[in-house]
Design a protein around this ligand. Sequence first.
Ligand SMILES: Cc1cc2nc3c(=O)[nH]c(=O)nc-3n(C[C@H](O)[C@H](O)[C@H](O)COP(=O)(O)OP(=O)(O)OC[C@H]3O[C@@H](n4cnc5c(N)ncnc54)[C@H](O)[C@@H]3O)c2cc1C
Ligand code: SF4
Length: 522
Amino acid sequence: MQPHRTARRKTQPITDLVFILGDQLSPSISSLNATSRDDARILMAEVMDEASYVPHHKKKIAFLFSAMRHFAESLRADGWRVDYVRLDDDGNSGSFTGELKRAIERHGADRVLVTEPGEWRVRQDMETWEDETGLPVEILEDDRFLCSHEEFRDWAEDRKALRMEYFYREMRRKTGLLMEGDEPAGGKWNFDAENRKPAKASLFMPKPHCVKPDPVTEEVLTLVVDRFADNFGDLEPFWFAVTVEQAEAARDHFIAEALPDFGDYQDAMLAGEKFLYHSLLSFYINAGLLDPLETCRMAEEAWKAGDAPLNAVEGFIRQIIGWREYVRGIYWLKMPDYLDLNFFDADRPLPDFYWTGETDMACLRAAITQTKEEAYAHHIQRLMITGNFALLAGIDPKAVHEWYLAVYADAYEWVELPNTLGMSQYADGGLLGTKPYAAGGNYISKMSDYCNGCRYDVKQKTGPDACPFNSLYWDFVSRNADKLRGNPRMARVYSTWDRMKDDRKAEYLETAEDFLASLNGE
Ligand SMILES: Cc1cc2nc3c(=O)[nH]c(=O)nc-3n(C[C@H](O)[C@H](O)[C@H](O)COP(=O)(O)OP(=O)(O)OC[C@H]3O[C@@H](n4cnc5c(N)ncnc54)[C@H](O)[C@@H]3O)c2cc1C
Ligand code: SF4
């Protein structure tokens, strides 16, 4: 089969070849803004290199391919000439470089235009394109982000600590979001203290915005069944939005139905409730279907109109203009060395149950099972259940990183890696966080109802029926004392550990050792 292309204006000379990547599905992406319909031919390509560099969740592959195909159609409808190479098209070379070269052979071009990629790996590839093609390659800034690499470097320079909170204030000032003159709306920059309520099963939970697959998506679903049958996760039911309009409808739904309670229950977890009041917008924002700043402005409008409280809207906006921009800045500041950091020298292999969900620990079972079903878990599940467990158990951070990168539909290395390796595994030694996000069963019991349905007893501290998080926590504290004792935020933890009787300490360490030995049948 030949690549799908339009016949319009076939004879007109092409000057710009514009390569649009799978997470650049934004109608106003900088590479499009730099050319015109008359001068450009657009290339989009489904390539095996990208679909297989980690074993992506089936829903993630289906979402991106379907969203790409819809985006290509919308560009054609808008008058652009588009070459779209499908994964199973004859001659598909399987790589970005190969597809670029083939497109140049088909059409010729005076220059290549591309918006900078999100990932280091792809940027390295792009840097070879001039040599590979003999054409000038213009790599344009991705202005969908508020903070350029240069701006982040300037902010980071000469700072002892790169704290998100201070960066976030800069972004508030820059955008004017939730600002009253020079002061933050409501007199405070951060309302997190109000955002830690545990949820109750009796609360009304909004349903996620679901989209029925159309024929384009159905075709992609068939492709994924054929080509990625052994990948992790359930393909169906498939409910993701795959066009800009559908993603905008999902955003409207979130703002009307869930945003008002987003703040209060941001850290809560409930058995059987996969989504709570979270937005489920990360897939769409990261792929380019939604503009992050516009999304924040719409949330701000909801607050101004009295439809959502300030603690919710501030919390939501902080995740996007704060955390999201900040982790991207860290990624590009610290790559490629960041990938190899392993502060605790953790080297245990990832337990098999991360791929199956088959564990007696009800909290992990719930988080992993819903990850299999939906390619989604909310932040506290990622951080305090799967992440916390891996941290306490001393799992190799690279294996943890590759798992997160594979299993979530919103996962791209620029956002996933700092969250996993930095925030969750503290493998960067505290660049991102002031102390490790390590917690025993008590925290999980307080913030969720998982423990009610667990074979382990969260109140028991040691022994075969004790919640594993309890002994693993003290094992982690003891094991890493030389690295963490000097951290002022860990002072109370170490003073409790130091005061503990030796036989109690030994019981904790023995229980942890027995449990760890049972992982992967050691
Ligand atoms: C170990 C770990 C791995 C993660 N991997 C990813 C990832 O691969 N891709 C990803 O987009 N997010 C990742 N996150 C951040 C966060 O968990 C997800 O953005 C969030 O769960 C997405 O769901 P939501 O859209 O319902 O978010 P909401 O809770 O509704 O938050 C609103 C939006 O804020 C942004 N956001 C929130 N927290 C973060 C954060 N820490 N970093 C960056 N953006 C944030 C997202 O765009 C999100 O859509 C990770 C977090 C952890 C702890
Ligand atoms: S008892 Fe422990 S393992 Fe079981 S659900 Fe609670 S925190 Fe998780």
